[in-house]
Design a protein around this ligand. Structure first.
Ligand code: GLY
Length: 422
C-alpha cells in the first residue's frame, strides 16, 4: 500500500517507522531528517491543505494518515475525503473535541462522560463567581483557553487570584487571540494521569496500551508544562482500570458522536486523571496520536498498522489485528536549550548512530543543514528503548541519551521512575 503521512515530528517518525516495518511505500509531508530514511519526503507544509490534497492525488496514495491537530481542526480530512482519498483522521466537526475545549466539555456533560465540573465564561464580569462555584472543596481550578493554543492554553491555578489572572490574560489581554475568546473554568482533580489512545472507525474501538507521559520540564514534576518530556508504555494503569476507561469514557464517546451525527475516523486520545479513589475522569480529548505517547506504542506494536488505519478510514476497521511486544518501552525526550520558552535552534546533533540494540531514536525537531543534522524545535529527539522491565528500558534509553551530543540539551532523568500511585 502507498501511504502519505502528514507531519514532521516525533509522532510522525514513529508512525512511519511502524508502517515501514509492514513494507508499505511511504511519502511524508513534510517529514524530517529521521523520516527521510524510511519515506520520500515532500516539501509540503501541514497547513497547506490544498497542496496536501493535490499531493495525495498526484501520488495516487491508498491512504493518508494525518498527524497534527491543526490541519484536522481546519478540515484537512474533509477535503481529502471529498477528493476521494481514504483518510485516517477525524472530520473538522469531530476534531472539535480537541479544537474547542468548551465544545468538548459540553459534549462530555451531554453524554454523561465523567469529567470535572466546569463553566464556560466569555467576559471577566462573571469570572470571580464562576471560580468560587466551580472550585469545590479543594479550592482550585484549571483555566483553559477554548481554542488551540500550541499546548500553552491550560493554566493549573494555585489559587483564585492566579485563576482570575489567567482568565484575564485570555479574555482581555487576548494572549491567545480568538482561541481565548471563550474560557473554560473547571475543578482541579488530584490523582495520577494516564493517556489512553484508541483507534476508531466511528463504530468500533481498538484501545491501544495505556501510556504515562511526564509533562513538566524538570524532574519531580516541577517547572513549566511542555508537550511531554517522556513516556512509559504500558503504563501503571492495569487492565481493570483501562477496561473502566473504555466502558465509562470511550464507549459513551462513540455513542455520543453517533447521536450527534459527527463522523469520527481516527484516534481518540483520552487524557484521563485517576483520582485517589481510583475513579477515572476525562480531562480532555485530543483528536490525534499523542506525542511522545506514539513513540513507545509504535516501538511495541506488531501487526499491520496500515491495514488497520485503512480499515478505520473506510469505516470497516478490523479489531484485534494488532499485537504487542511483551516488553516495556520508555521514551526519553531530548529537548533544546531554552525549551519550553525561547528555544535555541541550529545546534549540530551528534551520536545519533551510537545506539544499542532495542533502541530507536525518533527525530522530532530536527533539520538538515549543510549535510549535518541540527536542532530545529523545542523537543528535538525521542530516544525510545525496549526492556524486560521499566528499569531495563529506562537504563537502555538513558545510555543512548547520554551519547547524544547537543549543546545545551535538556533531559528529564526520572522518566519511568514514579513508583506509587500519586
Ligand atoms: N503528550 C501530550 C500530547 O500529545 O498532547
Amino acid at each position: 500500500m502507498k501511504i502519505l503521512v502528514v507531519g514532521s515530528g516525533g509522532r510522525e517518525h514513529a508512525l512511519v517507522y511502524r508502517l515501514a516495518q509492514s513494507g508499505h511505500e511511504l511519502v511524508c509531508a513534510p517529514g524530517n531528517p529521521g523520516i527521510e530514511a524510511l519515506a520520500r519526503c515532500v516539501a509540503v507544509k501541514v497547513d497547506e491543505l490544498d497542496r496536501i490534497v493535490d499531493t495525495a492525488r498526484a501520488e495516487a496514495v491508498d491512504l493518508v494518515v494525518v498527524g497534527p491537530e491543526a490541519p484536522l481542526v481546519a478540515g484537512l480530512a474533509d477535503k481529502l475525503r471529498a477528493a476521494g482519498v481514504p483518510t485516517f483522521g477525524p472530520s473538522a466537526a469531530g476534531a472539535q473535541l480537541e479544537g474547542s475545549k468548551a465544545f468538548s466539555k459540553e459534549f462530555f456533560a451531554r453524554h454523561r462522560i465523567p469529567t470535572a465540573p466546569f463553566e464556560v465564561v466569555t467576559d471577566m464580569a462573571a469570572v470571580d463567581a464562576v471560580i468560587e462555584r466551580v472550585a469545590g472543596p479543594a479550592g482550585r481550578v484549571v483555566v483553559k483557553a477554548d481554542g488551540l493554543a500550541a499546548g500553552k492554553g491550560v493554566v493549573v491555578a494555585r489559587d483564585a487570584a492566579e485563576a482570575r489572572e489567567a482568565a484575564r490574560e485570555m479574555l482581555e489581554a487576548k494572549r491567545f487571540g480568538d482561541a481565548g475568546a471563550r474560557v473554560v473554568i473547571e475543578r482541579f482533580i488530584t490523582g495520577r494521569e494516564v493517556s489512553v489512545l484508541a483507534l476508531t472507525d466511528g463504530v468500533r474501538l481498538e484501545v491501544l496500551p495505556a501510556t504515562e507521559d511526564h509533562k513538566t520540564i524538570f524532574d519531580g514534576d516541577t517547572g513549566p508544562n511542555t508537550g511531554g518530556m517522556g513516556t512509559v508504555s504500558p503504563s501503571w494503569a492495569g487492565d481493570a482500570l483501562v477496561a473502566r476507561i473504555r466502558s465509562e469514557i470511550l464507549e459513551p464517546t462513540i455513542a455520543g458522536l453517533a447521536k450527534d451525527a459527527i463522523s469520527y475516523r481516527g484516534v481518540l486520545y483520552a487524557g484521563v486523571m485517576v483520582d485517589d479513589a481510583g475513579t477515572p475522569w476525562l480531562l480532555e480529548y485530543n483528536c490525534r496520536f499523542g506525542d511522545p505517547e506514539t513513540q513507545p506504542i509504535m516501538a511495541r506494536m506488531k501487526g499491520d498498522l496500515g491495514a488497520v488505519l485503512l480499515g478505520a478510514a473506510k469505516g470497516e476497521m478490523p479489531v484485534g489485528a494488532l499485537a504487542w511486544d511483551a516488553r516495556v518501552a520508555v521514551c526519553v525526550v531530548v529537548a533544546a536549550a531554552g525549551y519550553p520558552s525561547t528555544v535555541r535552534t541550529g545546534d549540530p546533533i551528534g551520536g545519533l548512530d551510537a545506539v544499542g540494540n532495542d533502541v530507536v531514536v525518533f527525530h522530532a525537531g530536527t533539520a538538515r543543514k549543510d549535510g549535518q543534522v541540527v536542532s530545529a524545535g523545542g523537543r528535538v529527539l525521542g530516544v525510545t528503548a525496549l526492556g524486560i522491565s521499566v528499569e531495563q528500558a529506562r537504563s537502555k534509553a538513558y545510555e543512548a541519551v547520554d551519547r547524544i551530543e547537543l549543546g545545551g540539551k535538556q533531559v528529564r532523568r526520572d522518566i519511568g521512575a514514579r513508583k506509587a500511585r500519586a
